[in-house]
Design a protein around this ligand. Structure first.
Ligand code: NAD
Ligand code: UD1
Length: 338
């Protein structure tokens, strides 16, 4: 039996494929390449030293999805496939509801028909909204989300909880990621955003490598020690290992569980910039710019539940994250296009 990884060619999915293989799982991967490139598959295979089945498939295509489940006996699904750009979701909400919510409905229907009732889902800390204070805990109220992207995550969490309530055989892990950064330590796989990055670390790395001129620090008048926004940055390899631990738990338990995957430590924008400069010996040009609409001042996890439920804790440091992000960016200045 294999673990099916939807969106396995993406940033978090590619790192999770490797950690699953390392942990001894057989995997199968599907992706429609809407935000990734085929080159990543060769790199995962090279790092894993192993082949695995890949299906070029859109999760909204029920027939194609059924063919995947016919071809591979699937024990559980790790579901990364989704659109994730907040600004784009405001401009084109239908695309987000269609892909994220519609795609998940189709996926769950096909899983149900195939007798596979175990799913690990990529949710986000964004479901906590603006009103909850950090450290964020899983039992806090969720759903007062600011944008369509975040609402699709909240709706999918609710959908999976309803599914588990309807049939006690279902198992769903709702993993609320904080801010994944970094790359595999080899520098062979990493984050390769299309166009100008929306998120902080890829922006810093592209300034450092000379693709972009200058970072805009969005606001220095927040209620934080240095005035810049504080987030819980987590190394993508730690996050990937969190999936392996959550999967093992999901295979042994039923019902829906929401679990934070974060470090529990906050780091400001300027702290991240200065750590990147120190660790890599590279200057990063920046200027202070106005606040970005929709941003909160502070957001970090209480990671205790993941430790209690399945013994997972983030291990890598901010220095590791900055070093590995730079190794990936400097070895692949144009991402997978090189
Ligand atoms: P990513 O865009 O790199 O990976 C997503 C992958 O899914 C891509 O390879 C894309 O081509 C694929 N995909 C999208 N729609 C698809 C569809 N309909 N059918 C098949 N494949 C499809 O993003 P990521 O950073 O790896 O994030 C993975 C998941 O985690 C997403 O659901 C995202 O919303 C969620 N998440 C990410 C972050 C983050 O900071 N990166 C934070 C919280 C949650
Ligand atoms: C963003 C998304 C969130 C998503 C998360 C992970 C928004 C409003 N929120 O969160 O829904 O779950 O990414 O994908 O887009 N910053 C700068 N300059 C930049 C970029 C960012 O100063 O060029 C600052 C931001 O103001 C913030 C911090 O860096 O304080 C982190 O930003 P980012 O990486 O975009 O993540 P989030 O805002 O946490």
């Amino acid at each position: 039996m294999a673990i099916l990884i939807t969106g396995g060619c993406g940033y978090i999915g590619s790192h999770t494929c490797l950690e699953l293989i390392r942990a001894g799982y057989d995997i199968a991967v599907l992706d429609n390449y809407c935000n990734s490139k085929p080159e990543v598959l060769g790199r995962i295979r090279e790092l894993a030293g192993r082949d695995f089945p890949f299906f070029p498939c859109d999760i909204r295509d029920e027939k194609a999805l059924r063919a995947v489940f016919d071809a591979v006996p699937v024990q559980a699904v790790i579901h990364f496939a989704g659109l994730k750009a907040v600004g784009e979701s405001v401009r084109d909400p239908l695309a987000y509801y269609d892909n994220n919510v519609g795609g998940t409905v189709t996926l769950c229907r096909v899983m149900q028909q195939a007798g596979c009732r175990c799913i690990v889902f990529s949710s986000s800390a964004t479901v906590y909204g603006k009103d909850n204070p950090s450290p964020l805990r899983e039992e806090m109220p969720v759903g007062r989300v600011e944008n369509p992207y975040g609402r699709t995550k909240y709706i999918i969490e609710t959908l999976l909880q309803d599914l588990c309530a309807s049939d006690p055989a279902w198992s769903a892990m709702l993993l609320r990621y904080f801010n994944p950064i970094g790359a595999h330590e080899s520098g062979r796989i990493g984050e390769d955003p299309a166009g100008i990055p929306n998120n902080l670390m890829p922006y810093i790395a592209q300034v450092a490598v000379g693709r972009l001129e200058q970072l805009s620090v969005f606001g220095n008048d927040y209620n934080t020690p240095d005035g810049t926004g504080v987030r819980d940055y987590i190394h993508v390899t730690d996050l990937a290992r969190g999936h392996v631990a959550a999967l093992a738990y999901a295979l042994r338990h039923t019902g829906a569980e929401a679990v934070n995957l974060g470090t529990g430590k906050g780091c400001s924008v300027l702290e991240l910039v200065h750590t990147f400069e120190r660790v890599n010996g590279i200057p990063v040009q920046y200027r202070i710019a106005p606040r970005r609409p929709g941003d909160v001042d502070v957001c970090y996890a209480d990671p205790a539940k993941a430790a209690r439920l399945f013994g997972w804790r983030a291990e890598k440091t901010l220095d590791d994250m900055c070093r590995d992000s730079w190794r990936w960016q400097s070895l692949n200045p144009q991402g997978y296009d090189a």
